[in-house]
Design a protein around this ligand. Structure first.
Ligand SMILES: NC(=O)c1ccc[n+]([C@@H]2O[C@H](COP(=O)([O-])OP(=O)(O)OC[C@H]3O[C@@H](n4cnc5c(N)ncnc54)[C@H](OP(=O)(O)O)[C@@H]3O)[C@@H](O)[C@H]2O)c1
Length: 354
């Protein structure tokens, strides 16, 4: 029996093609954002599309909110070029856009035992910039009471990456933590979560967002155009116990210079690398240098799981963390949101409410 069969209550009166899932009719079509070529925000198409059906082991989510993150920009322009080895050399194989999601499970595929129709979930789903999106249960967690859809919609990648970086950095009370790229989608979570853990947070961002990151819990903040890393350290400020790298592409030796002798450097991102590798090679250099030093140097890649997301969403609920939201937009507002992210204009997340 197919999933659709399992939840279909039969053709509705009047010959409609709507099917029923968990007691409520679902439309055959939906609105969705996609692209068919590598390009810019101008190549994003918002149009009608068939509503997807979950395969065995998948669920269908009615999207309540979907957070924009940097990966969408990389998927759009296919840069750094190395990502095209996975995405498609000439054209993107996956046309659907969006990966962070919050919403309600409306159909479950065969073999899904951990989620039920009606569950409110967050995490990652392919093509979340749409009315409906397909997800694997292992990349979803239930949303506890008190966490809003826009907040939950930014946890799957942005919140999860920040949390993973802080866990890898073993951030704890009283530690001095430097967050480079503190005003972005990941960085704002990193500041809030590190401050919640009782760390002393120093933030690096653009001058116009220093007030933003201080409002989120950073005790000190520096403009990356005006201050070097060495400027942020020294005097009353000891070397950092932990550095989280999310923006720019500072040299490993400069980062290590302001890191304590047994400090931890966690590289999660940065947008100023070359066209082929985009700076990811720095992670490789860090892994090599790590062998020869007492400092811990590592790169991370976000890999959200139900367990990690559940831990994160519970921390967010208990601490009352709410990420800054620059704008809530409908699907038609996505291209403008992408352009604003590219121009560095955002003061918080872009959340799509389809
Ligand atoms: N490893 C993973 O699995 C993973 C997951 C998610 C994201 N990422 C990566 O992590 C990075 C941050 O992602 P995001 O979504 O937070 O992006 P974002 O929202 O665009 O934030 C970028 C941040 O970098 C700052 N920045 C820009 N130029 C800088 C410079 N020269 N020096 C220092 N900081 C600079 C920005 O500051 P202003 O806005 O104030 O200019 C902003 O705080 C990206 O490179 C992204 O690809 C990695």
């Amino acid at each position: 029996m197919t999933t659709r069969d399992a939840f279909t209550t039969g053709s509705s009166a009047g010959g409609s093609n709507d099917i029923a899932t968990g007691g409520s009719a679902l439309p055959e079509t939906m609105r969705a954002a996609r692209r068919v070529v590598y390009g810019t925000a101008a190549d994003v198409i918002v149009a009608a599309a068939p509503r997807p059906e979950p395969a065995p082991g998948e669920v269908l989510i009615r999207v309540a909110a979907a957070g924009l993150d940097r990966a969408t920009l990389h998927l759009l322009d296919g840069r750094p070029l190395a990502v095209r080895l996975a995405l498609g050399l000439r054209r993107p194989r996956q046309t659907a856009l969006g990966q962070q999601v919050a919403g309600e499970v409306v159909t479950i595929g065969d073999d899904v035992t951990t989620l039920a129709i009606g569950d409110r979930v967050c995490g990652t789903a392919i093509g979340s910039f749409a009315d409906y999106a397909i997800a694997k249960p292992r990349t979803l967690a239930r949303i506890p009471h008190g966490v809003s859809d826009p907040t939950a919609a930014t946890l799957g990648v942005s919140g999860a990456t920040a949390h993973q970086a802080l866990v890898a950095g073993q951030v704890g009370p009283g530690q001095h933590v430097l967050i480079i790229g503190a005003s972005g989608a990941v960085g704002t979570y990193a500041v809030q979560l590190a401050a919640h853990l009782g760390a002393h947070v120093t933030a690096v961002c653009s001058a116009g967002k220093i007030d933003l990151v201080k409002g989120l819990g950073a005790q000190r903040a520096f403009d990356y155009r005006a201050a070097s890393l060495a400027d942020t350290c020294g005097g009353d400020q000891p070397a950092y116990d932990v550095i989280i790298g999310l923006g720019g592409n500072r040299r490993l030796r400069d980062l290590r210079f302001v890191l304590a002798p047994e400090g931890r450097l966690i590289l999660a991102g940065g947008e100023e690398g070359g066209p082929l590798l985009g700076g990811i090679e720095r992670n490789l250099y860090a892994a090599i240098a790590n062998v020869f030093t007492c400092q811990h140097l590592a790169g991370i890649f976000s890999a959200p799981t139900t367990e990690k997301l559940t831990t994160l969403v519970e921390v967010v609920a208990q601490a009352g963390i709410e990420p800054p939201v620059d704008r809530l937009v409908g699907l038609d507002g996505l291209p403008a949101g992408i352009e604003a992210m590219q121009r560095g204009e955002l003061r918080g997340h872009v959340v799509v409410v389809p």
